[in-house]
Each structure stands twice: as structure tokens, then as C-alpha cells.
Design a protein around this ligand. Structure first.
Ligand SMILES: NC(=O)c1ccc[n+]([C@@H]2O[C@H](COP(=O)([O-])OP(=O)(O)OC[C@H]3O[C@@H](n4cnc5c(N)ncnc54)[C@H](O)[C@@H]3O)[C@@H](O)[C@H]2O)c1
Ligand SMILES: N[C@H](CO)Cc1c[nH]c[nH+]1
Ligand SMILES: [Zn+2]
Length: 424
């Protein structure tokens, strides 16, 4: 990791830069894939599975036999873990469902909002380098709680033409019965345009590689809603001299192992801690099966020594990490100072990976500084909040002058008449 000591403010912009990837070539490929699927539908998806996933598929959807045999293929301990995680995720996301009281804004005028689940949603579950079945829970549970009528899950097939059994098991737990074997931009195109077997959806959710992210951004321009551009994973650790170097190294590696384009950042006011974390990183990365991937991510990552923890906090807020870990003596007080982050982990006992799987919070979070303006996925992401109002005659009389005055000032006479005609 690059070490930057006591940077001047002018250097902060460079410190906060995410790894740059020129996605010009990716966009060209993705546009081509979107066209293929729009034109040739299912046939294009079968060809893309052959080309990119090395899978010969007889049909695109996982059938009941494949879904049922998935349960038998999983170790009981893994099923127990998935169910335990699902229970916590459900509890946290259920708490987000709130009935809002109607408000009488003026005598005789009643306004209220009702959350209505988005009718048709598509969930993309990455499967290229790791089958992220935890993401099925993170998207499928809030979709169910929100009352989405139709949920279609797309994920790349393995070379054997099958979907990873843990993805199928997690999907069943969430009540998802339509699992489509399609990955990358092809999957996003199918969800956006529909094919003979895959229904077009209203909103597409889920993380993925650069092809998935580019495809989501392109179909969004064509009118399909997306959750957010969830790019390569990232974590920022803010730590003081008392923090455990071994914990910090483990937390940094847990995100670095996602992909070579992941980025991790350590902000501290302790030079001694940096020395210890570096030693721990070297020792721990050597033991990781995905050590080569993690090393590549570390090459593009930074450790920053700051003059004080206050200054570190300021930089953490400016960076707006997907995940922010606070490992310092006054972690709870520091948490109150957080302004920009996707999700925050407070104190030495709160590793980021606990949130990735099982604390209950959602792990689909804004990356690349989007946490400055966006939130992670929640039950709210799967609903529309429709507003309602009902006026009595007295209510309309009470605001008639306000409406007609404003309508005429905007030059919109018909607006004013729609009020007057009722009160004449
Ligand atoms: N931010 C988040 O919340 C979050 C969560 C989990 C994962 N992630 C990210 O998701 C990503 C997962 O990526 P992945 O690759 O493992 O799986 P993936 O499922 O996103 O991508 C696999 C698909 O990519 C397509 N593809 C591969 N090579 C291609 C090529 N040369 N041209 C066109 N298409 C091609 C294929 O269709 C293939 O099926 C990682 O970058 C990880 O960091 C982010
Ligand atoms: N850390 C990822 C989001 O950035 C989510 C994930 C899934 N599995 C493990 N981790
Ligand atoms: Zn993770």
C-alpha cells in the first residue's frame, strides 16, 4: 500500500481518487450485447452463456428439479448459517416498513402517503469470480417485504450449466421462483427489454462487474430504473494508536479480496500503528486463497498518516467510503461525526464482514463517493411512495384563493378554473 504522511489539503483530492478504469472499450462491448439481446432475445442469451460463461444451456430458467436438488447439495451448517443471516436481515428490513400518519395540512385537507411495492423487479447476483449468494438475501428479502409482485433473479451459470446451489437455496428462502441463467450485460438487457421467457422489469437491482455496471447505466438512460451504480468494493478504516493492527489488516484484506479493482484506505494519527499493520498485511495476505487478487487491490490502496484523528475524520467524510470502520478509543462519539458513508462499523468488535453477511444491514451500498448523496439498498428501494389527498368543500374553499392566485401568476388559467368551477 502507498503510504502518505502528513498530506497538505491540496493532496486530499489525489488521496480520494478511486482506481481509474477507462471503460470506453467496455461500453462498446456492452452496447453490442444490449443490441444482440434486444434483437435475438433468448437465442442471444444462450449464445452469450456459451461465449462468456462456457455453458451450453438447454433452457435459460432453472427448473423445479434443479431448485429442489440445490437444498440437498448444501451442507446443513451452511443452510443454518444462511437461515440465521436471513432472519437478521429480515428483522432489520422489516423495521423499515413504517405506516405514516395522515396529516391535516389545513382544515378539510387531508394528505397521506402509501408505500406500494414496485410491480416487477430484477435482481442481478454476481457469479463470475465468486457466487455471491449473500446478495440474494440482501435483495430478495426487502423485495418480498415491500410486496413486489414479480421478482426475477439473473445470475451467470457455471460451466456445467447450473446455478450455484447456495444461490438457489437463498432464492427459495426469499420466495423467488424465477431464476434465469444469464450473466453480465446480457442479463441486464434481458431484464430491461424482456425476451420470450424473461419478463421485462421496472427496476433492476444488484452489484456486478464493469460490464454489469455499464449495462445498468445504459438501460437507465432508456427509462428502466436502477438501484445505484454499485461498483468495486471499498473500505476506509479510521484508527488510533490503541487499535489492533491484526484486526485492521484483516478488515482491509476482507474488501481487497473482492477484486483487483477494490480499494482500501487506512487513516490514522499513529506512525507505529502503520508499521504494525503493514507487517500484519504481509503475513495475513500470504495465507489467503485469493491473495493474488488482494495484493493487486492493495497496490492501488493507501495508508494516510494525519496530524490528528479529527483531521482523519474530516478526510473520511470527504472520501465517503462504501464502508467506514471506526477503531479508536472514542468510536461511538466519532460515529456521531460521520457525514458521508454507506455503512459504519463501530469499535473493535464490528468487522465489516459481519455486515456483509449477517448483522442485518444491507451490503448493497454506494461506492465511488456516491455515499455523499445516495443511501444503500433498503426496503424503501423496492417501493414507490404514492401520495394521496382528499379535500372537503370547506377545504377547497380554504385554499381556493391561494391556488387561483398562483395559477394565474404562472399564466395557467385552466388550473384556476378547475377550482372555481367547483365553488361557483
Ligand atoms: N458494491 C457492492 O455492493 C458489491 C457487492 C458484491 C460484489 N461487488 C462487485 O461485483 C463484481 C463481481 O464481478 P464478477 O466478474 O465476479 O461477476 P459478474 O457476475 O458481475 O460478471 C460475470 C459476467 O460478466 C460478463 N463478462 C465477463 N467477461 C466479459 C467480457 N470480456 N466481455 C463481456 N462480458 C463479459 C459475462 O456475461 C459473465 O457472465 C466485483 O467487481 C465485486 O467487487 C460489488
Ligand atoms: N462487501 C461486498 C459489498 O461491497 C458484499 C459482499 C458479498 N459477499 C461478501 N461481501
Ligand atoms: Zn465483502
Amino acid at each position: 500500500m502507498e503510504i502518505i504522511k502528513y498530506p497538505q489539503r491540496e493532496q486530499w483530492k489525489a488521496i480520494m481518487e478511486r482506481p481509474y478504469t477507462d471503460n470506453g472499450a467496455v461500453l462498446d462491448t456492452v452496447r453490442h450485447v444490449l443490441r444482440e439481446v434486444r434483437r435475438n432475445g433468448d437465442a442471444a442469451l444462450l449464445e452469450l452463456a456459451r461465449r462468456f460463461d462456457g455453458a451450453e444451456l438447454a433452457k435459460l430458467e432453472a427448473d423445479a428439479v434443479e431448485i429442489q436438488s440445490a437444498e440437498a447439495a448444501l451442507a446443513p451448517s451452511l443452510k443454518t448459517a444462511i437461515r440465521a443471516a436471513a432472519a437478521n436481515i429480515e428483522a432489520f428490513h422489516r423495521g423499515q416498513l413504517r405506516e405514516e400518519a395522515a396529516v391535516e395540512t389545513a382544515p378539510g385537507i387531508r394528505c397521506w402517503r402509501r408505500s406500494v411495492g414496485i410491480e416487477r423487479v430484477g435482481l442481478y447476483i454476481p457469479g463470475g469470480s465468486a457466487p455471491l449468494f449473500s446478495t440474494v438475501l440482501m435483495l430478495g428479502i426487502p423485495a418480498r417485504l415491500a410486496g413486489c409482485a414479480e421478482v426475477v433473479l439473473c445470475t451467470p451459470p457455471g460451466k456445467d450449466g447450473k446455478v450455484h446451489p447456495a444461490i438457489l437455496y437463498a432464492a427459495s428462502l426469499c420466495g423467488i421462483s424465477r431464476v434465469v441463467k444469464a450473466g453480465g450485460a446480457g442479463a441486464i438487457a434481458a431484464l430491461a427489454y424482456g425476451t420470450d421467457t424473461i419478463p421485462r422489469v421496472d427496476k433492476i437491482f444488484g452489484p456486478g462487474n464493469q460490464y454489469v455496471t455499464a449495462a445498468k447505466q445504459l438501460v437507465q438512460q432508456e427509462g428502466v430504473a436502477i438501484d445505484m451504480p454499485a461498483g468495486p468494493s471499498e473500505v476506509c478504516v479510521l484508527a488510533d494508536a490503541a487499535a489492533q493492527a491484526a484486526y485492521i489488516a484483516a478488515d482491509l484484506l476482507s474488501q481487497a479480496e473482492h477484486g483487483p479493482d477494490s480499494q482500501v484506505l487506512l487513516l490514522t494519527d499513529s506512525e507505529a500503528l502503520i508499521v504494525n499493520v503493514e507487517a500484519e498485511l504481509e503475513c495475513q495476505v500470504a495465507a489467503l486463497p485469493r491473495g493474488t487478487i488482494a495484493r493487486k487491490a492493495l497496490e492501488r490502496s493507501r495508508i494516510v498518516l494525519l496530524r490528528s484523528l479529527d483531521e482523519a475524520m474530516e478526510l473520511a467524510n470527504a472520501y465517503a467510503a462504501e464502508h467506514l470502520i471506526l477503531q479508536c478509543a472514542d468510536a461511538e462519539a466519532r460515529a456521531e461525526q460521520v457525514r458521508n458513508a454507506g455503512s459504519v462499523f463501530i469499535g473493535a468488535w464490528s468487522p465489516e464482514s459481519a455486515g456483509d453477511y449477517a448483522t442485518g444491514t444491507n451490503h448493497t451500498l454506494p461506492t465511488n463517493g456516491f455515499a455523499r448523496a445516495s443511501s444503500g439498498v433498503s426496503t424503501d428501494s423496492f417501493v414507490r411512495k404514492i401520495t394521496f389527498q382528499q379535500l372537503t368543500r370547506e377545504g377547497l374553499q380554504g385554499i381556493a384563493a391561494t391556488v387561483t392566485e398562483m395559477a394565474e401568476a404562472e399564466g395557467l388559467q385552466a388550473h384556476a378554473e378547475a377550482v372555481r368551477v367547483r365553488l361557483r
